[in-house]
Design a protein around this ligand. Structure first.
Ligand SMILES: Nc1ncnc2c1ncn2[C@@H]1O[C@H](COP(=O)(O)OP(=O)(O)O)[C@@H](O)[C@H]1O
Ligand SMILES: [Mg+2]
Length: 265
């Protein structure tokens, strides 16, 4: 194989989508959760999903992350048809390749287990057994999310909301996931705490080259974090494109309302 051919082949692998979603739909009885959703996510890309409350953002994210089975459509992760996988195989993927950051730290942490234990547990779930290594990595990750190492043995129930959220991020990223789902990660926090968390997230996303799908109703969050944006309304995608393009020159009437803050989201 010539070097040129090898180069082309390497490029074609890197340029392949990490996630390919086609015509996804989820219904709750006769109510639409989301429908007709199609998009690709490329490695290292941050995709923001915005829309008013009830527009289907969380339903879509939960379907992508395997928390429920969609009613229609396909999801391919690195060419694997994940809806066709055995449940055990899908669980393995979500432990080793993916991570999910919840809006409420209570959903993503064990508040009664020490901070170090929360991070260590996640490492053990992917096979780490060496106590010394686990503790070292836990300390390293506490530092990365700006939690003092002397809090390692404290329970997150004694932490502030912002600290709990930073710990949830450490717990999720310690296993080096390729794809991170985030559902309103800055929601429910004070504005100054949100700003600090956003700064931290932006640094981590860039340094680690993470692929991220982030759901939020806050356009400032996507402006800061997302390369690409998908706007949802009544369960469907009404507009998608590069974040700056969509926010600076929205084409759909709904996006125009969203951007001009006429809508209360
Ligand atoms: N568990 C559920 N049971 C019934 N309807 C639901 C459920 N979860 C969401 N829905 C409905 O699905 C639609 C989309 O909701 P959701 O995905 O939570 O929107 P968002 O995250 O954008 O606020 C809404 O009409 C909502 O009422
Ligand atoms: Mg939601």
């Amino acid at each position: 194989m010539t070097a040129a051919v090898a180069q082309i082949q390497t490029n074609s692998i890197e340029d392949a989508p990490l996630l390919k979603v086609q015509n996804l739909a989820k219904f709750y009885g006769s109510r639409v959760g989301c429908q007709n959703v199609s998009f690709d996510l490329f490695p290292g890309e941050v995709l923001g999903i915005v829309g008013e409350s009830g527009s289907g953002k969380s339903t879509l994210l939960a379907a992508l992350a395997g928390h429920h089975q969609p009613d229609r459509g396909t999801i391919h992760y690195r060419d694997q048809d994940i809806l066709a996988l055995q449940e055990s195989e899908r669980r393995r993927l979500s432990r080793t390749e993916w991570a999910f950051v919840h809006q409420n730290p209570r959903d993503g942490l064990r508040l009664g287990v020490s901070a170090g234990g929360n991070v260590g547990e996640r490492l053990m779930s992917v096979g780490s057994r060496h106590y010394g290594n686990i503790r070292t990595q836990a300390l390293d990750w506490l530092e990365r999310v700006e939690i003092s190492p002397d809090r390692i043995d404290d329970r997150p129930s004694s932490f502030s909301g912002g600290m709990q959220q930073r710990l949830q991020i450490a717990r999720n990223l310690v296993t080096s996931p390729k794809l991170v789902f985030m559902d309103e990660p800055t929601g429910g926090l004070d504005v100054s705490v949100q700003a600090r968390l956003l700064d931290l997230l932006r640094g981590l996303v860039r340094t680690l080259g993470l692929s991220v799908i982030i759901v939020t109703h806050d356009l400032a969050v996507v402006r800061l974090l997302a390369d690409r944006l998908m706007v949802m309304k009544s369960g469907e995608v009404v507009e998608q494109g590069l974040t700056d393009q969509v926010l600076d020159d929205p084409q759909h009437g709904y996006t125009q309302l969203l951007v001009s803050s006429v809508l209360q989201v």
